[in-house]
Write a new protein. Sequence first.
Length: 185
Amino acid sequence: MSIEAKISSSDPPASTNRRDFLHITTGTAAIVGTAATLWPFIDSMRPSADISAVATIDVDLTSIEPGQRVTVKWRGRPVFIVHRTEALIAQARADDANPNLIDPAPDSTRVQRPEWLVVVGVCTHLGCIPLGQSDGDPRGPFGGWFCPCHGSIYDSAGRVRKGPAPRNLEVPPYVFQDDLRVRIG
Ligand code: FES
């Protein structure tokens, strides 16, 4: 598979309601062929209307280092991929039996492989895109994401830990094609 890297830039965010994403997308053979794209971008707190709907995307995980987070777009929504470190995995597992979980789910039900978390990056409250994908973003105390719209906090398994979000971040359908390639959708 050939891989094409592109770098593009946008104006810096004008407020805290805009932020950087590191964005990696690889296209499906059926829809956009074999090209893959890597670019940093600025996005609003909600998915932009011009995000194309893509039924299935293949993501090459090769360049995602432990601790790194990337965002891919799938069916018009951002999908967060986290290469979890041992510390993040341990943090998630340690809270499996926490009685205060708003939407209880063991970490093992949230991931197919412990080192890779794949979740839809849309807050389950009103649909904002939580912060946490970029270095320096606020992530809250649980190693996950912080939604600045109304203050919801998610942990390193994408579980909601502080509302008003009622549910964990959605886990999209995906399958590992091999150790370092995942197909979402
Ligand atoms: S949309 Fe995320 S907390 Fe309201």
